[in-house]
Design a protein around this ligand. Structure first.
Ligand SMILES: C[S@@+](CC[C@H](N)C(=O)[O-])C[C@H]1O[C@@H](n2cnc3c(N)ncnc32)[C@H](O)[C@@H]1O
Length: 344
């Protein structure tokens, strides 16, 4: 960071900031981030609690962030953007805003589209009610577009880190290859030669990521209930950022989420030994996101931590995970010493 801006809380691997990403992005060193993975407030017609921008202005609004993201990304870094679909207001006609975002980011800002992904959420509820449930003239929209942008043609990426489990048929083939195929050149040009039946630890995943968004009993949600806070209304499932974190970064690389919400990205990064930075404009969401990192079970301690984080004057709360189950939450080193002494 060039300017001294204090995080709300820090963990072993990460820093959670409260503020506007447009400002905070200016404070990050250039070329310092390996992956930005994020899900912005969507361009929906209905006003969402977490803030919205009218559809027409949306693409330009998002582009301001993208320009700054490009500056902070490493040359071989990636920018992964999850965008949900939307309908035009009052019409059974899809908005094409997510494709406009794609074109603007590539043609005006200078990103490459490394690959397009589609996140299929089989648990998605049908909507809008008028076109899907009542009039039954549109099917359920259960797929988000996820654009994987890069600065260079060769962003850091290794499919071996995200291999998918083999299908049952492939497992059989690995056990008894001769029974299932004869080595030959396929009409498609694929060489199905000896070696096709070598176990490589999994199959190459496709760009259709099937991940149900069904979290209901996580520590994050349980602790939100304890402090009487609503869970963030637009969380993505941890497996989504986790796929890109594993695929596009290595341990100790730095992952940034500029619209962090409940900081699902930070949790996925922490669990995979990546450094992380999260930026969320709403303090209440950032404060509750700490529940993803603590190892406390005492309800009063959970409440007092949460209320402390809600206080506008509080910054730099350190969440330290020790080797054992003990977790020290310290606001300054003096408290930390006292805690350590008490634990000995
Ligand atoms: C779709 S939600 C992200 C949810 C997140 N992926 C999760 O799993 O919890 C978008 C978030 O962006 C935040 N936001 C909106 N404008 C912002 C800005 N200018 N800077 C930082 N955060 C912003 C909103 O408050 C909201 O929490």
């Amino acid at each position: 960071m060039n300017k001294i801006i204090q995080p709300l809380y820090t963990t072993d691997c990460g820093q959670a900031f409260v503020g506007n990403s447009l400002d905070l992005l200016d404070t990050l060193p250039k070329n310092s981030i390996n992956l930005v993975v994020t899900s912005p407030p969507f361009s929906l017609q209905r006003q969402k609690e977490y803030g919205n921008v009218v559809q027409e202005l949306y693409v330009d609004w998002l582009a301001q962030f993208a320009k700054k993201v490009k500056d902070v990304l490493a040359e071989d870094g990636s920018f992964v953007l999850d965008l949900g679909g939307a309908y035009e207001k009052g019409r059974p006609v899809r908005s094409i805003y997510n494709y406009k975002v794609l074109i603007k980011f590539c043609e005006e800002i200078g990103f490459n589209l490394a690959e397009e992904f589609f996140w299929f959420n089989p648990a998605k509820l049908p909507s809008p009610i008028e076109w899907v449930n009542k009039r039954k003239m549109r099917v359920k929209d259960a797929v988000n577009t996820v654009w994987w942008f890069s600065k260079s043609d060769f962003p850091k990426a290794d499919v071996k880190r995200v291999l998918a489990p083999y299908s049952n048929r492939m497992k059989e083939l690995l056990k008894n290859g001769n029974k299932y195929y004869t080595p030959k050149m396929r009409p498609s040009g694929h060489d199905i030669s000896d070696g096709f039946d070598v176990d490589r630890g999994g199959s190459i995943p496709s760009n259709l990521l099937q991940i149900p968004n069904t979290e209901s009993n996580s520590q994050y949600l349980r602790y939100c209930k304890i402090v009487n806070a609503e869970g963030h209304p637009a969380r993505f499932p941890k497996k989504l950022p986790e796929f890109f974190i594993k695929f596009l970064t290595e341990p100790d690389d730095t992952v940034l989420d500029i619209f962090a919400g409940s900081n699902t990205t930070g949790e996925a990064a922490e669990e995979n030994q990546r450094k992380w930075i999260s930026i969320e404009i709403e303090r209440k969401y950032s404060a509750a996101s700490v529940f993803r990192f603590i190892n406390i079970t005492d309800e009063n301690e959970i409440k007092s931590l949460y209320y402390r984080l809600l206080n506008e004057n509080v910054f730099n709360v350190e969440i330290k995970k020790t080797q054992s189950r003990l977790v020290s939450i310290v606001q300054n080193s003096e408290d930390f010493q006292l805690l350590q002494q008490a634990q000995e």
